[in-house]
Design a protein around this ligand. Structure first.
Ligand code: G3I
Length: 371
């Protein structure tokens, strides 16, 4: 189902038109935040980066012109990073970190403990002791290497089970199976020990929509965060990934309540992987781009209403290179258009939306992720 009617009107009425943020939507070169905007308090805007494209001048220029921060898209996933249980291959992540340092961008690390894209040898861990020792050593090594440089980490990514209503609601990963639910606390404490000043984030998907299933997922996240805080475990932010399917409805009141609940616990909200999966949208690229911008606005505005967005990162730089073209292609074979810059690096309406929120002040209770 494609959203239209009321949500569309709400999008237009909710401030974008009033702030002038829609001016230029659909043009190639709408007004952008001036470079002098850098340094002012606002919602830092970031993007996921792949090392293999950093050799391309237009890719690099797009990052430095539009974003304040980068996140390692695949470089720190264990499949790439840990060819065997002993060694770490930091070539890809070092290249991204070097680029960010050279260009003054903040850096997020993705992801310390994540069941996706793991090496085959991980399945051969058999005891709690082995799994815990390996996880601790990996976190100490990775966070230690980038101490004082990577300012924010997805410490545990996607821990909610796809049947969140059952049992603990935790995904049965190798760590959950061998260590038990406490693996989350152990991971957070290990990360804090390796870099006490880093922002520690728990990030997950499907925290955005309307339906019982998504209520259950939000409930699991809140339950886990409350329990961790009660035990004095450091957790600074929850990541709402924001892979937004065009045919699902963002549950604005539920998202706002969820964010307000987290903020009342002193926990920030980072939108960690924003993009729009446009499989259900019509073929016309302009219409698709407007619907995508509207869908992102719904989420970002709902988070803002709940107390504010600490920072927001899109899952990629340009439509030219996005995981969606491989993993979420359109039936009609047209290229997907998930991001704020099109395949030729032209700004899309989504960029207007992002810049609108970017210019708002970041919440004063925690500083922005350091550069
Ligand atoms: O770009 C290459 C292409 O040159 C090659 O021909 C093709 C053949 O397989 O692969 C292409 O790369 C694929 C890449 O996606 C495209 O973006 C890789 O094989 C594939 O493994 C890779 O997948 C990654 C995916 O996680 C794995 O599940 C994506 O890079 C990455 O963006 C995606 O990120 C995840 C987050 O880590 C967690 N949240 C969900 C998010 C989206 O799935």
């Amino acid at each position: 189902m494609i959203q239209s009617g009321l949500p569309r009107r709400r999008f237009l009425q909710a401030g974008l038109a009033a702030t002038g943020a829609l001016a230029g939507v659909g043009n190639d070169t709408p007004a952008l935040a001036a470079p002098s905007d850098r340094g002012r308090p606002r919602m830092p805007l970031g993007c996921a980066v792949q090392r293999r494209y950093l050799g391309e001048a237009d890719y690099r220029a797009a990052i430095t012109s539009h974003f304040d921060m980068v996140v390692t898209e695949d470089a720190l996933k264990w499949e790439r990073l840990r060819p065997n249980p002993r060694d770490f291959d930091f070539a890809d992540s070092d290249a991204i970190v070097d680029f960010a340092k050279a260009t003054g961008l903040a850096i997020r690390g993705h992801a310390l403990v994540f069941h996706g894209q793991v090496p085959a040898w991980l399945d051969r861990l058999e005891t709690r002791r082995d799994a815990e020792e390996d996880m601790r050593r990996a976190i100490a090594t990775i966070v230690g290497r980038y101490r004082g440089v990577i300012g924010s980490w997805d410490v545990v990514n996607e821990f909610t089970d796809d049947r969140p209503e059952v049992g603990s609601g935790l995904r049965p990963t190798v760590w959950e199976r061998l260590i038990g639910p406490d693996y989350i606390a152990i991971a957070l404490r290990e990360a804090a020990a390796a870099d006490p000043s880093a922002q520690l984030v728990l990030s997950d998907y499907f925290l955005e929509y309307r339906d019982r299933h998504y209520d259950d997922r939000r409930a699991v996240m809140l339950r886990v965060v409350r329990d961790l805080l009660r035990r004095g475990v450091p957790v600074h932010a929850v990541g709402i990934q924001g892979h937004l399917y065009g045919d699902r409805i963002v549950d604005r009141p539920a998202v706002t309540r969820f964010v307000a609940d987290l903020k009342s616990l002193g926990v920030e909200v980072v939108v960690t992987e924003l993009d729009i999966i446009d499989q259900a949208y019509p073929a016309d690229p302009d219409r698709r781009d407007r619907l995508a911008a509207q869908q992102a606005f719904e989420l970002l505005d709902a988070v803002t209403e709940g107390g504010g967005i600490h920072s927001c990162l899109t899952w990629g730089v340009t439509d030219k290179y996005s995981w969606t073209s491989w993993h979420r292609p359109r039936d009609d074979g047209l290229p997907t258009r998930p991001l704020a810059l099109d395949a030729a690096y032209r700004q899309k309406p989504l960029m207007q939306v992002l810049q609108h929120f970017r210019r708002r002040t970041v919440p004063p209770d925690r500083p922005p992720v350091r550069r």
